[in-house]
Design a protein around this ligand. Structure first.
Ligand code: FAD
Length: 391
């Protein structure tokens, strides 16, 4: 589509998670010559509870013209549940039933599916290419294999420990470091048959860790047990907190596999989401809910907004970074800012009160809480969200 001589690609997408694949798919569909680089071969594992809210499912249907039935037939959706609950350690504070169920995915299947969609739309994928260097002025990257690639736009979708973000900070292009607002997570899978007391619906647990929570999410015949805590505040050994949690749910450490750890954006979103023609999306930009850690929706959404910015920039000679920052500030950022304030209030409560406060809210207004989490209401004063404003 564009000048073939230089740069080599219209867009280079670094990272093939949901954020990168969404951007690559939309750009390729618009005729861009897109290269996707990932350090890993696909399918690859990604530590995640795999819970999709209603707003995510609607966004996928809109972006990829797909349907739940189609996704289920390809086993992209692995489980669904309308029931859910909140526990305070082993005490059940709240059990509820949703109008629209939560859906659950296995991220190795899920991410490979969207990457395949991007490739079918025309994007080129190269695995085993870990980006180690970035030059924003020439929109070029170098990988650990020694390859150098240049693109008219660079989409940084390399996840929570983003190398691109750190390179932009180190180069003085963006302010701040990565750590404030990052959480650490631990997760483990257990077979349902070895832990029959664990329910086949999602439960979140408070009281095992300050400034964080634990969860048990179902996925077919597996149960995913995890815990997260804000690095700056939780001030406790995550492994010890996980051990307490496993005791709470009566799961013996002998019946589980190895504990795995991964960073989670927990309020470290950027006001300056990139620089020049480099746009950071998804976890690389810190775009996850600072209370419950939902990030899959924000990954797809920011991938869409970055693609839109690059397409508009090319068509109308506008600045891609300015456009992208504007789109984020109109949609995702105000929501995340508000949730971060709510999170600060809730987690500042002493002892078991954060869990009690959340279950109190659920008890007095379960529908409004559900609609907020599922995207029918804004976190900002629970205002209803119309389909048009969601897009
Ligand atoms: C334990 C845990 C549980 C979670 N549970 C949920 C949940 O239930 N629901 C929910 O909505 N969200 C959940 N999240 C958040 C969600 O997983 C993320 O928000 C989401 O994966 C972000 O997608 P992404 O595309 O930005 O990044 P990722 O999915 O992390 O993808 C980044 C990609 O970049 C590649 N990469 C990294 N560095 C480089 C490099 N230098 N060069 C090339 N490639 C690179 C990686 O290999 C990877 O494929 C959870 C997170 C954690 C850690």
């Amino acid at each position: 589509m564009l000048n073939a001589s230089r740069p080599q690609f219209d867009a280079i997408v670094i990272g093939a998670g949901p954020a990168g694949s969404t951007a690559a798919y939309l750009l390729a569909k618009s005729g861009f010559h897109v290269l996707v680089l990932d350090k890993q071969d696909f399918p690859r594992d990604k530590l995640c509870g795999g819970l999709l809210t209603r707003k995510t499912v609607l966004l996928l249907e809109d972006l990829f013209q797909t349907s739940l039935d189609y996704l289920t037939s390809f086993q992209v959706i692995a489980h669904q549940s309308a029931r859910y609950g909140v526990n305070l350690r082993d005490w059940t504070c709240f059990r509820g039933k949703l109008e629209y169920p939560f859906h659950f995915v296995d991220r190795s299947v899920y991410d490979a599916f969207w990457l395949q969609m991007a490739c079918k739309a025309g994007a080129e994928f190269r695995s085993g290419e870990k980006v180690i260097s970035l030059t924003p002025s020439s929109s070029s990257v170098i990988t650990d294999t020694g390859n150098q690639y240049s693109g008219r736009y660079i989409i940084g979708a390399d996840g929570a420990p983003s190398r691109l973000r750190r390179l932009l900070v180190a180069g003085g292009y963006i302010k701040g470091n990565n750590n404030p607002g990052l959480a650490t997570t631990l997760e483990v899978m257990v077979s349902a048959s070895r832990a029959p007391a664990l329910p086949d619906y999602p439960l979140i647990y408070f009281g095992n860790i300050p400034w964080g929570y634990a969860w048990c999410f179902p996925r077919r015949d597996l149960r995913i047990l995890g815990i997260c805590g804000l690095n700056q505040k939780s001030g406790t050994s995550l492994k010890r907190a996980m051990a307490r949690f496993l005791q709470t749910v009566n799961v013996s450490p002998d019946s589980i596999g190895a504990l795995k750890s991964h960073a989670l954006p927990y309020g470290n979103f950027l006001n300056q989401p990139g620089a020049e023609k480099v746009l950071l999306v998804g976890d690389a930009c810190g775009l996850a809910d600072p209370l419950l850690g939902e990030g899959i929706y924000y990954a797809h959404k920011s991938g869409q907004l970055a693609a839109l910015a690059a397409i508009q920039s090319y068509r109308y000679s506008q600045n891609a970074f300015t456009l992208y920052r504007h789109y984020l500030s109109e949609t995702i950022i105000p929501e995340l800012k508000f949730v971060r304030i709510v999170r600060s209030i809730i987690f500042s409560l002493p002892g078991s009160w954060p869990g009690r406060a959340l279950s109190f809210l659920l008890k007095i207004s379960p529908r409004k809480c559900e609609e907020t989490l599922q995207g029918q209401r804004s976190y900002r004063w629970l205002r209803p969200v119309t389909t048009a404003s969601r897009k």
